[in-house]
Write a protein that binds this ligand. Sequence first.
Ligand code: ZN
Ligand code: FE
Length: 259
Amino acid sequence: MPLIVHQFACLSDNYGYLLHDPASGETAAIDTPDADAYLAAAQAQGWQITQIWNTHWHPDHAGGNEAIKAQTGALVVAPVGDAGRIAAIDRTVEAGDTVMLGDYSAMVIDVGGHTMGHNAYYLADGDLAFVGDSLFALGCGRMFEGTAPQFWASLQRLKALPPATLIYCAHEYTASNARFARFADPENAALADYVAEIEAKRARGEPTVPTTLGRELATNPFLRADDPAMEARWGHANGGNGDAVATFAALRAAKDSFR
Ligand code: ZN
Ligand code: FE
């Protein structure tokens, strides 16, 4: 039986995710932005949360760990690099580790940059990845703790996944990301089409997440930092040497101050 992802809005613009394996009955809470919302969502599905998989330490991702664990006894899995700032951990994981949900295995990918220890969880059998605040539809997370070379290396690890992979990001930031993407990459026809779809979805109140990696590869300016056109446009800003890291750094800095 295939995995089921239950997606729901919580806090102001987070997405909550429950990943359920019908065969084993196990359910993983992907991050814990809001314990009450997660417990209510699980109850409504008739599921018991048995695990928590944290992507990073920020309170809108790990703030509900203790409350959910107290209610459910869930096993808490968290990135080793952020572990000192996450409550109620049972197991720390790092790049290359595997986390099981029933017979399904999730591969841990190091996507540090937004925070030092940020992890993504990739399930090859489900063609899906939970990427937290590392990659967004048409954007990426703010570089709060890491460096541009580190963050670019993280994005390259995500870029290497199969293009059909469903990307479950943790926030609905797409409309605002789209405005910057159009500014950063104005001649990209695939991007223009995607932005039109996003605007229509948001006008109907629909989520733009999940996205697919393939679509992001063609349109997300941060994933396209190694594209020659993007390197030419952005790679020499701020004294950059024109390479992908310089291009990524310039894009990230420009997005931080974009209005
Ligand atoms: Zn965050
Ligand atoms: Fe967040």
